[in-house]
Ligand binder design. Structure first.
Ligand SMILES: Nc1ncnc2c1ncn2[C@@H]1O[C@H](COP(=O)(O)OP(=O)(O)O)[C@@H](O)[C@H]1O
Ligand SMILES: [Mg+2]
Length: 325
């Protein structure tokens, strides 16, 4: 297997007036060609900041203060903006939750796609048109040749997000970071887009990091899961194994609160408490105050434990026989 991305001990902190927010605090993972990695966790856990860090899009008061991001063997951390710009869109691209962030309302799809193509490639009009039609077809836009001269507002929400995804595909980047790209869409359109992304990864070998607060969405797509809490990866492993036998109590809480896990007539289980403020984290395991397994030892930082291709960070992990109900 070819590793396209290897992130090691990435730290992105925000230096605010109230203190240092360690939004990403020692995140490590790797991504293979064509792999879809799910990044899941409650709101505020550091998922978006992780994605932005990978593309070098973190702005002041935020800063990458440690770690490495190897894209095809080259460390992006510390690269000058000009070099990053040459890779952004070409080798690594991002899909945002809101396609409005990607699409300019004043320009036709053809113009926007041409600009995106010309940023990294020399192509004539005919080549550009055929490339545009090619990617619009890949994301399931019907009759793409006829839609090229439309403006973003002439597309429905779901179709607009597909166009935004198509733009990220123009240069066939090795890695796509998708940050909650279907959260605003209705469920059936979400399912269609997910299925198209899956075939895309398979057919083109594009690797994806699929970010979502919704474990159900992520696990339908990703072969491996990273569970984030308060800036750290608390659990990692193959999706099926993590769902069947989570080791971290936080992961178990996320699984138990899935609608599909509820017994008929019973209310959904919620993880008690709320996500802690990153400015006042408890010492040791940040989940301890919400955890029903916590003990005195949890005021110390749990060292990551690994077993085969799984990792968890917990003093009192769930055992094999404690599979979810
Ligand atoms: N510009 C910023 N200034 C200060 N803190 C920030 C900034 N952007 C994000 N953060 C903090 O980083 C943490 C992680 O945010 P984020 O990555 O957006 O979470 P997620 O995507 O998992 O919901 C949050 O606590 C947020 O308050
Ligand atoms: Mg986010």
């Amino acid at each position: 297997m070819t590793k396209v991305l290897e992130v090691n001990e990435l730290k992105t902190h925000f230096f605010t007036r109230d203190g240092v927010v360690k939004a990403v605090d020692g995140v490590s993972f790797s991504l293979e060609k064509g792999e879809i990695l799910g990044l899941v966790g409650e709101s505020g856990s550091g998922k978006t900041v992780t994605g932005f860090s990978l593309l070098g899009l973190v702005d002041a008061p935020g800063q990458i203060v440690g770690g490495t991001i190897q894209l095809n063997g080259e460390n992006l951390v510390g690269l000058p903006e000009k070099k990053l710009r040459a890779k952004r869109g070409k080798n690594i691209a991002m899909i945002f939750q809101d396609p409005i962030a990607t699409l300019n309302p004043l320009l036709t799809i053809r113009t926007q796609m041409s600009l995106a193509l010309e940023a990294h490639a020399r192509m004539n009009k005919r080549e550009i048109e055929s490339r545009c039609i090619d990617v619009l077809t890949k994301v399931g836009i019907p009759d793409p040749a006829a839609r090229l001269d439309s403006y973003p507002h002439e597309f429905s929400g779901g179709m607009r997000q597909r166009v935004a995804i198509a733009i990220t595909l123009l240069h066939s980047p090795g890695v796509i970071v998708a940050d909650e790209p279907t959260t605003a869409l209705d469920v059936s359109i979400q399912a269609q887009i997910l299925s198209e992304m899956r075939s895309l990864a398979r057919e083109t070998g594009t690797a994806m990091i699929w970010i979502s607060h919704d474990l159900a969405t992520v696990s339908s797509l990703a072969t491996r899961l990273l569970v984030m809490y308060a800036g750290k990866v608390v659990e990692e492993g193959p999706t099926a194994q993590v769902l069947k036998n989570p080791r971290h109590p936080y992961t178990r809480g996320l699984i138990d609160s899935l609608p599909a896990m509820a017994k008929p007539g019973e209310p959904l289980t919620q993880i008690s408490g709320t996500t802690p403020s990153l400015l006042s984290l408890p010492p040791g395991c940040p989940f301890a105050p919400r955890c029903d397994r916590a003990s005195e030892v949890c005021v110390q930082d749990p060292t990551p434990e690994t077993n085969a291709d799984r990792m968890w960070r917990c003093h009192h992990p769930m055992q094999e026989e404690e599979a979810v109900r």
